[in-house]
Design a protein around this ligand. Structure first.
Ligand code: HSE
Length: 424
Protein backbone atom coordinates (compact mmCIF):
# COMPACT_ATOMS: atom_id res chain seq x y z
CA UNK A 1 0.00 0.00 0.00
CA UNK A 2 1.22 3.49 -0.82
CA UNK A 3 2.29 5.77 2.04
CA UNK A 4 1.55 9.47 2.17
CA UNK A 5 4.40 11.86 3.01
CA UNK A 6 3.66 15.53 3.71
CA UNK A 7 6.36 17.97 2.82
CA UNK A 8 6.74 21.72 3.22
CA UNK A 9 8.86 23.92 0.97
CA UNK A 10 10.58 27.13 2.02
CA UNK A 11 11.52 29.23 -1.01
CA UNK A 12 9.72 29.06 -4.35
CA UNK A 13 12.38 30.64 -6.57
CA UNK A 14 14.09 28.82 -9.45
CA UNK A 15 14.76 25.61 -7.50
CA UNK A 16 11.68 25.51 -5.23
CA UNK A 17 9.25 26.17 -8.07
CA UNK A 18 10.93 23.49 -10.19
CA UNK A 19 10.58 21.00 -7.31
CA UNK A 20 6.83 21.73 -7.27
CA UNK A 21 6.54 21.37 -11.05
CA UNK A 22 8.46 18.09 -11.24
CA UNK A 23 6.60 16.61 -8.26
CA UNK A 24 3.29 17.47 -9.97
CA UNK A 25 4.33 16.29 -13.42
CA UNK A 26 5.86 13.00 -12.27
CA UNK A 27 3.64 12.24 -9.28
CA UNK A 28 2.21 8.97 -10.70
CA UNK A 29 5.62 7.78 -11.79
CA UNK A 30 7.15 8.61 -8.39
CA UNK A 31 4.38 6.74 -6.57
CA UNK A 32 4.69 3.73 -8.83
CA UNK A 33 8.44 3.62 -8.39
CA UNK A 34 8.70 4.39 -4.67
CA UNK A 35 5.37 3.60 -3.03
CA UNK A 36 5.18 7.19 -1.75
CA UNK A 37 2.50 9.81 -2.34
CA UNK A 38 4.34 13.08 -1.79
CA UNK A 39 1.97 15.91 -0.85
CA UNK A 40 3.02 19.55 -0.68
CA UNK A 41 1.19 20.57 2.49
CA UNK A 42 2.60 24.10 2.70
CA UNK A 43 5.02 26.20 0.69
CA UNK A 44 6.32 29.65 1.56
CA UNK A 45 7.89 32.53 -0.30
CA UNK A 46 8.09 36.28 0.19
CA UNK A 47 6.41 36.70 -3.22
CA UNK A 48 2.86 35.50 -3.84
CA UNK A 49 3.09 32.06 -5.49
CA UNK A 50 -0.53 30.90 -5.09
CA UNK A 51 -0.44 30.34 -8.86
CA UNK A 52 2.00 27.52 -8.20
CA UNK A 53 0.76 25.79 -5.04
CA UNK A 54 -2.79 27.13 -4.48
CA UNK A 55 -4.05 26.99 -0.90
CA UNK A 56 -0.77 25.45 0.32
CA UNK A 57 0.82 28.88 -0.16
CA UNK A 58 1.91 31.01 2.79
CA UNK A 59 4.13 34.06 3.08
CA UNK A 60 5.48 32.81 6.42
CA UNK A 61 8.21 30.16 6.62
CA UNK A 62 7.17 29.52 10.26
CA UNK A 63 3.85 28.16 8.99
CA UNK A 64 5.82 25.44 7.23
CA UNK A 65 8.08 24.82 10.22
CA UNK A 66 5.20 24.64 12.72
CA UNK A 67 2.85 22.43 10.71
CA UNK A 68 2.63 19.17 12.71
CA UNK A 69 1.69 17.12 9.62
CA UNK A 70 4.85 18.03 7.73
CA UNK A 71 7.67 15.51 8.18
CA UNK A 72 10.15 16.89 5.60
CA UNK A 73 11.03 20.56 5.25
CA UNK A 74 12.62 21.36 1.89
CA UNK A 75 14.75 24.51 2.09
CA UNK A 76 15.35 26.11 -1.31
CA UNK A 77 16.11 29.71 -0.32
CA UNK A 78 19.89 29.71 -0.54
CA UNK A 79 22.24 31.90 1.51
CA UNK A 80 22.89 31.70 5.24
CA UNK A 81 20.34 34.09 6.65
CA UNK A 82 17.57 33.30 7.37
CA UNK A 83 17.94 29.80 5.87
CA UNK A 84 20.12 28.55 8.72
CA UNK A 85 17.68 29.63 11.44
CA UNK A 86 14.76 28.09 9.54
CA UNK A 87 16.63 24.80 9.19
CA UNK A 88 17.54 24.72 12.89
CA UNK A 89 13.99 25.67 13.92
CA UNK A 90 12.56 22.90 11.72
CA UNK A 91 15.02 20.37 13.20
CA UNK A 92 14.03 21.44 16.71
CA UNK A 93 10.43 20.59 15.74
CA UNK A 94 11.58 17.11 14.68
CA UNK A 95 11.42 17.73 10.92
CA UNK A 96 13.74 16.08 8.44
CA UNK A 97 15.55 18.51 6.15
CA UNK A 98 16.29 18.44 2.44
CA UNK A 99 18.25 21.44 1.22
CA UNK A 100 19.84 22.65 -1.99
CA UNK A 101 21.82 25.27 -0.05
CA UNK A 102 25.60 24.76 -0.46
CA UNK A 103 26.60 27.86 1.51
CA UNK A 104 24.66 26.98 4.65
CA UNK A 105 25.90 23.37 4.65
CA UNK A 106 29.53 24.31 3.90
CA UNK A 107 29.62 27.03 6.56
CA UNK A 108 27.28 25.63 9.23
CA UNK A 109 27.01 21.92 8.45
CA UNK A 110 28.58 20.91 11.77
CA UNK A 111 25.96 22.73 13.82
CA UNK A 112 23.10 21.62 11.57
CA UNK A 113 24.15 17.95 11.41
CA UNK A 114 24.81 17.73 15.13
CA UNK A 115 21.38 19.28 15.92
CA UNK A 116 19.81 16.74 13.53
CA UNK A 117 21.65 13.86 15.12
CA UNK A 118 20.41 14.88 18.59
CA UNK A 119 16.85 15.00 17.27
CA UNK A 120 17.19 11.78 15.25
CA UNK A 121 16.24 13.43 11.95
CA UNK A 122 17.81 13.40 8.50
CA UNK A 123 19.56 16.25 6.67
CA UNK A 124 20.23 15.55 2.99
CA UNK A 125 21.81 17.98 0.53
CA UNK A 126 22.50 16.20 -2.76
CA UNK A 127 21.49 19.30 -4.76
CA UNK A 128 24.12 21.45 -3.04
CA UNK A 129 26.98 20.00 -5.12
CA UNK A 130 26.77 19.89 -8.92
CA UNK A 131 22.99 20.30 -9.08
CA UNK A 132 21.57 17.31 -10.92
CA UNK A 133 24.64 15.04 -10.76
CA UNK A 134 24.09 12.45 -8.00
CA UNK A 135 27.68 12.69 -6.81
CA UNK A 136 27.06 12.71 -3.04
CA UNK A 137 24.94 9.57 -3.27
CA UNK A 138 27.62 8.06 -5.47
CA UNK A 139 30.33 8.69 -2.87
CA UNK A 140 28.19 7.83 0.15
CA UNK A 141 26.51 4.73 -1.27
CA UNK A 142 27.49 3.51 -4.71
CA UNK A 143 31.24 3.82 -4.06
CA UNK A 144 31.04 3.10 -0.31
CA UNK A 145 33.10 -0.06 -0.79
CA UNK A 146 35.98 1.83 -2.39
CA UNK A 147 38.98 3.59 -1.04
CA UNK A 148 38.69 6.92 -2.88
CA UNK A 149 42.07 8.58 -3.24
CA UNK A 150 41.11 11.66 -5.20
CA UNK A 151 38.14 13.69 -6.38
CA UNK A 152 38.67 16.40 -9.00
CA UNK A 153 35.62 18.30 -10.10
CA UNK A 154 34.46 21.01 -12.42
CA UNK A 155 31.83 22.12 -9.92
CA UNK A 156 31.03 25.64 -11.07
CA UNK A 157 29.10 26.06 -14.31
CA UNK A 158 29.61 29.81 -14.64
CA UNK A 159 33.41 29.66 -14.67
CA UNK A 160 33.36 26.59 -16.91
CA UNK A 161 31.12 28.46 -19.33
CA UNK A 162 33.45 31.49 -19.30
CA UNK A 163 36.59 29.38 -19.82
CA UNK A 164 34.86 27.43 -22.61
CA UNK A 165 33.84 30.61 -24.43
CA UNK A 166 37.36 32.03 -24.00
CA UNK A 167 38.86 28.77 -25.34
CA UNK A 168 36.51 27.88 -28.18
CA UNK A 169 35.10 31.24 -29.31
CA UNK A 170 37.99 33.55 -28.36
CA UNK A 171 35.52 35.56 -26.32
CA UNK A 172 36.75 38.05 -23.75
CA UNK A 173 36.16 37.39 -20.05
CA UNK A 174 33.60 40.19 -19.58
CA UNK A 175 31.50 39.20 -22.60
CA UNK A 176 31.46 35.53 -21.54
CA UNK A 177 30.46 36.48 -17.98
CA UNK A 178 27.63 38.66 -19.27
CA UNK A 179 26.31 35.72 -21.32
CA UNK A 180 26.54 33.37 -18.33
CA UNK A 181 24.49 35.84 -16.29
CA UNK A 182 21.96 36.17 -19.09
CA UNK A 183 21.59 32.37 -19.23
CA UNK A 184 20.85 32.40 -15.50
CA UNK A 185 23.49 30.11 -14.02
CA UNK A 186 25.77 32.73 -12.47
CA UNK A 187 25.21 33.53 -8.79
CA UNK A 188 23.36 36.77 -7.97
CA UNK A 189 26.80 38.06 -7.06
CA UNK A 190 29.05 36.54 -9.78
CA UNK A 191 32.11 37.31 -7.66
CA UNK A 192 31.35 34.08 -5.75
CA UNK A 193 31.66 32.10 -8.97
CA UNK A 194 34.65 33.93 -10.40
CA UNK A 195 36.84 33.98 -7.28
CA UNK A 196 36.28 30.27 -6.52
CA UNK A 197 34.09 30.75 -3.40
CA UNK A 198 31.18 28.77 -4.83
CA UNK A 199 33.55 25.95 -5.80
CA UNK A 200 35.13 26.07 -2.32
CA UNK A 201 31.70 25.50 -0.70
CA UNK A 202 31.24 22.47 -2.91
CA UNK A 203 34.78 21.22 -2.17
CA UNK A 204 34.02 21.49 1.57
CA UNK A 205 30.86 19.39 1.12
CA UNK A 206 32.64 16.80 -1.04
CA UNK A 207 35.30 16.59 1.70
CA UNK A 208 32.59 16.11 4.33
CA UNK A 209 30.93 13.26 2.46
CA UNK A 210 34.26 11.65 1.67
CA UNK A 211 35.83 11.88 5.10
CA UNK A 212 33.35 13.03 7.77
CA UNK A 213 35.47 16.17 8.22
CA UNK A 214 33.84 19.47 7.30
CA UNK A 215 36.51 22.08 6.68
CA UNK A 216 35.50 25.71 7.05
CA UNK A 217 35.43 27.04 3.44
CA UNK A 218 37.51 30.06 4.51
CA UNK A 219 40.36 27.58 5.24
CA UNK A 220 40.28 26.10 1.75
CA UNK A 221 43.02 27.37 -0.55
CA UNK A 222 41.37 28.99 -3.56
CA UNK A 223 42.26 30.88 -6.71
CA UNK A 224 39.58 32.02 -9.11
CA UNK A 225 39.73 32.53 -12.86
CA UNK A 226 40.09 36.30 -12.80
CA UNK A 227 43.84 36.07 -13.53
CA UNK A 228 43.51 33.79 -16.57
CA UNK A 229 44.46 35.73 -19.66
CA UNK A 230 43.59 34.76 -23.25
CA UNK A 231 47.34 34.32 -23.81
CA UNK A 232 47.45 31.50 -21.21
CA UNK A 233 44.53 29.76 -22.85
CA UNK A 234 46.32 29.95 -26.23
CA UNK A 235 49.70 28.80 -24.89
CA UNK A 236 48.03 25.94 -23.03
CA UNK A 237 46.23 24.93 -26.24
CA UNK A 238 49.46 25.01 -28.23
CA UNK A 239 51.08 22.50 -25.89
CA UNK A 240 48.01 20.20 -25.70
CA UNK A 241 46.15 21.41 -22.63
CA UNK A 242 42.93 23.19 -21.69
CA UNK A 243 42.43 25.32 -18.58
CA UNK A 244 39.61 24.40 -16.17
CA UNK A 245 38.71 25.56 -12.66
CA UNK A 246 38.99 22.44 -10.48
CA UNK A 247 37.96 21.62 -6.93
CA UNK A 248 40.36 18.94 -5.69
CA UNK A 249 39.86 16.76 -2.63
CA UNK A 250 42.40 14.14 -1.52
CA UNK A 251 42.58 12.13 1.67
CA UNK A 252 45.71 11.06 3.53
CA UNK A 253 45.70 9.10 6.78
CA UNK A 254 45.18 12.09 9.07
CA UNK A 255 45.20 14.99 6.63
CA UNK A 256 42.84 16.31 4.01
CA UNK A 257 43.90 18.23 0.93
CA UNK A 258 41.30 20.64 -0.40
CA UNK A 259 41.97 23.25 -3.05
CA UNK A 260 40.26 25.21 -5.78
CA UNK A 261 42.28 26.71 -8.63
CA UNK A 262 42.62 26.86 -12.42
CA UNK A 263 44.42 23.78 -13.73
CA UNK A 264 45.96 22.79 -17.06
CA UNK A 265 44.38 19.48 -18.09
CA UNK A 266 45.62 17.31 -20.94
CA UNK A 267 43.20 17.75 -23.82
CA UNK A 268 42.36 14.00 -23.93
CA UNK A 269 41.43 13.77 -20.24
CA UNK A 270 37.64 13.32 -19.73
CA UNK A 271 37.50 16.55 -17.68
CA UNK A 272 38.89 18.48 -20.66
CA UNK A 273 35.79 17.51 -22.67
CA UNK A 274 33.42 19.11 -20.13
CA UNK A 275 32.28 22.33 -21.71
CA UNK A 276 29.84 25.22 -21.35
CA UNK A 277 27.90 25.23 -18.08
CA UNK A 278 28.25 21.47 -17.56
CA UNK A 279 29.78 20.09 -14.37
CA UNK A 280 31.68 16.85 -13.87
CA UNK A 281 33.38 15.05 -11.03
CA UNK A 282 36.27 12.71 -11.74
CA UNK A 283 36.83 10.06 -9.08
CA UNK A 284 39.89 7.91 -8.59
CA UNK A 285 39.34 4.87 -6.41
CA UNK A 286 40.70 1.36 -5.94
CA UNK A 287 37.81 -0.88 -7.03
CA UNK A 288 35.70 1.31 -9.34
CA UNK A 289 38.88 2.77 -10.80
CA UNK A 290 38.88 6.10 -12.59
CA UNK A 291 35.50 7.43 -13.69
CA UNK A 292 33.59 10.60 -14.28
CA UNK A 293 30.12 11.76 -13.25
CA UNK A 294 28.85 14.35 -15.70
CA UNK A 295 25.76 16.52 -16.09
CA UNK A 296 24.07 19.82 -15.39
CA UNK A 297 25.26 21.47 -12.21
CA UNK A 298 22.72 24.26 -12.00
CA UNK A 299 19.30 25.32 -13.20
CA UNK A 300 15.82 24.66 -11.84
CA UNK A 301 15.02 21.22 -13.26
CA UNK A 302 18.41 19.48 -12.75
CA UNK A 303 18.63 20.83 -9.19
CA UNK A 304 15.01 19.82 -8.51
CA UNK A 305 15.89 16.30 -9.67
CA UNK A 306 18.47 16.04 -6.87
CA UNK A 307 16.15 17.65 -4.27
CA UNK A 308 13.40 15.17 -5.11
CA UNK A 309 15.76 12.20 -4.82
CA UNK A 310 16.53 13.35 -1.26
CA UNK A 311 12.81 13.80 -0.52
CA UNK A 312 12.16 10.27 -1.75
CA UNK A 313 15.06 8.81 0.21
CA UNK A 314 13.92 10.52 3.41
CA UNK A 315 10.28 9.65 2.70
CA UNK A 316 11.12 5.97 2.31
CA UNK A 317 13.14 6.08 5.51
CA UNK A 318 10.12 7.51 7.33
CA UNK A 319 7.61 5.21 5.68
CA UNK A 320 9.42 1.91 5.70
CA UNK A 321 12.18 1.88 8.33
CA UNK A 322 12.13 2.23 12.07
CA UNK A 323 15.89 2.17 12.35
CA UNK A 324 17.83 5.44 12.33
CA UNK A 325 20.25 5.90 9.43
CA UNK A 326 23.90 5.29 10.33
CA UNK A 327 25.95 8.46 10.12
CA UNK A 328 29.71 8.18 10.44
CA UNK A 329 30.91 10.34 13.35
CA UNK A 330 32.20 13.81 12.49
CA UNK A 331 35.99 13.71 12.41
CA UNK A 332 38.69 16.36 12.55
CA UNK A 333 41.51 16.18 10.04
CA UNK A 334 44.40 18.58 9.58
CA UNK A 335 44.04 20.60 6.40
CA UNK A 336 47.15 20.09 4.27
CA UNK A 337 49.02 23.34 3.74
CA UNK A 338 49.04 24.48 0.09
CA UNK A 339 52.86 24.61 0.31
CA UNK A 340 52.91 20.85 0.89
CA UNK A 341 50.88 19.82 -2.15
CA UNK A 342 52.63 18.32 -5.16
CA UNK A 343 51.84 19.29 -8.73
CA UNK A 344 53.30 20.08 -12.12
CA UNK A 345 53.24 23.79 -13.00
CA UNK A 346 52.82 26.03 -16.02
CA UNK A 347 54.76 29.28 -15.71
CA UNK A 348 54.60 32.18 -18.17
CA UNK A 349 57.33 34.77 -17.93
CA UNK A 350 57.78 38.07 -19.71
CA UNK A 351 61.48 38.52 -20.48
CA UNK A 352 63.77 40.76 -22.49
CA UNK A 353 64.86 38.98 -25.68
CA UNK A 354 68.60 38.97 -25.05
CA UNK A 355 71.42 36.51 -24.31
CA UNK A 356 71.57 34.83 -20.90
CA UNK A 357 67.85 34.93 -20.12
CA UNK A 358 67.15 31.21 -20.34
CA UNK A 359 70.42 30.40 -18.58
CA UNK A 360 69.44 32.71 -15.68
CA UNK A 361 65.98 31.24 -15.36
CA UNK A 362 67.02 27.59 -15.58
CA UNK A 363 69.80 28.28 -13.09
CA UNK A 364 67.30 29.71 -10.61
CA UNK A 365 65.06 26.64 -10.95
CA UNK A 366 68.04 24.30 -10.65
CA UNK A 367 69.18 26.17 -7.54
CA UNK A 368 65.92 25.17 -5.82
CA UNK A 369 66.06 21.61 -7.25
CA UNK A 370 63.07 22.30 -9.48
CA UNK A 371 63.25 20.44 -12.75
CA UNK A 372 62.03 21.82 -16.08
CA UNK A 373 59.94 19.52 -18.31
CA UNK A 374 59.37 21.75 -21.32
CA UNK A 375 60.23 25.30 -22.44
CA UNK A 376 58.68 27.27 -25.28
CA UNK A 377 59.67 30.75 -26.29
CA UNK A 378 57.02 32.63 -28.20
CA UNK A 379 56.85 35.89 -30.10
CA UNK A 380 59.27 38.64 -29.37
CA UNK A 381 57.63 42.04 -29.68
CA UNK A 382 59.56 45.21 -29.07
CA UNK A 383 62.39 43.21 -27.53
CA UNK A 384 60.04 41.44 -25.07
CA UNK A 385 59.53 37.68 -25.32
CA UNK A 386 57.11 35.27 -23.63
CA UNK A 387 58.59 32.12 -22.16
CA UNK A 388 56.26 29.29 -21.18
CA UNK A 389 57.78 26.66 -18.91
CA UNK A 390 56.23 23.40 -17.73
CA UNK A 391 57.83 22.15 -14.52
CA UNK A 392 58.06 18.53 -13.43
CA UNK A 393 56.08 17.59 -10.34
CA UNK A 394 57.44 19.19 -7.22
CA UNK A 395 56.34 20.53 -3.85
CA UNK A 396 54.52 23.87 -4.10
CA UNK A 397 56.84 25.28 -1.42
CA UNK A 398 59.87 24.65 -3.67
CA UNK A 399 58.15 26.17 -6.68
CA UNK A 400 57.24 29.30 -4.73
CA UNK A 401 60.77 29.79 -3.49
CA UNK A 402 62.16 29.26 -7.01
CA UNK A 403 59.68 31.82 -8.35
CA UNK A 404 60.72 34.28 -5.67
CA UNK A 405 64.32 33.93 -6.84
CA UNK A 406 63.22 34.28 -10.46
CA UNK A 407 61.20 37.43 -9.75
CA UNK A 408 64.43 39.04 -8.53
CA UNK A 409 66.40 38.22 -11.70
CA UNK A 410 67.26 41.19 -13.88
CA UNK A 411 66.53 38.98 -16.92
CA UNK A 412 62.85 38.58 -15.95
CA UNK A 413 60.43 41.47 -16.44
CA UNK A 414 57.33 39.81 -14.97
CA UNK A 415 55.92 36.46 -13.88
CA UNK A 416 52.66 36.63 -15.81
CA UNK A 417 51.02 33.33 -14.84
CA UNK A 418 51.46 30.36 -12.56
CA UNK A 419 48.91 27.58 -13.13
CA UNK A 420 48.98 24.03 -11.78
CA UNK A 421 48.99 21.26 -14.37
CA UNK A 422 47.20 17.95 -14.50
CA UNK A 423 44.77 15.63 -12.77
CA UNK A 424 45.68 12.03 -12.06
N1 HSE B 1 26.59 29.55 -9.68
C1 HSE B 1 26.65 28.13 -9.62
C2 HSE B 1 27.39 27.65 -10.87
C3 HSE B 1 25.26 27.58 -9.54
O1 HSE B 1 27.71 28.45 -11.74
O2 HSE B 1 27.68 26.47 -10.96
C4 HSE B 1 25.15 26.19 -9.01
O3 HSE B 1 25.65 26.06 -7.72
Amino acid sequence: MNKEINIGIIGLGTVGSSVVKVLKKNSKLITARTGLEIKIKKASDIRNRKDLVGSAFTYRAVDVINDPDISIVVECMGGVNPAKSYILAAISKGKNIVTSNKEVIAKHGREILSAAKKKGVEVLFEAAVCGGIPILHAIRECLAGNSISEISGIVNGTTNYILTKMTKDNMGFAQALKQAQKLGFAEADPKMDIDGSDAAYKAAILGLVLSGCLVDPSKIYKEGIEGIEPADIDYAKSIGYVIKLLAIVKLESNRIELRVHPTLIEKDHPLAQVNDNYNAVFVKSDAFGRGMFYGKGAGGLPTASAVISDIIETGQQIAYCDEDRYYPPMTDLTVKDIGDIRSRYYIRLEVPDKPGVLAGISGAFAGKKVSIENVVQRESKGGVAQIVIILHENREKNIRSALKAISRLSVVKKIRSVIRVGVN
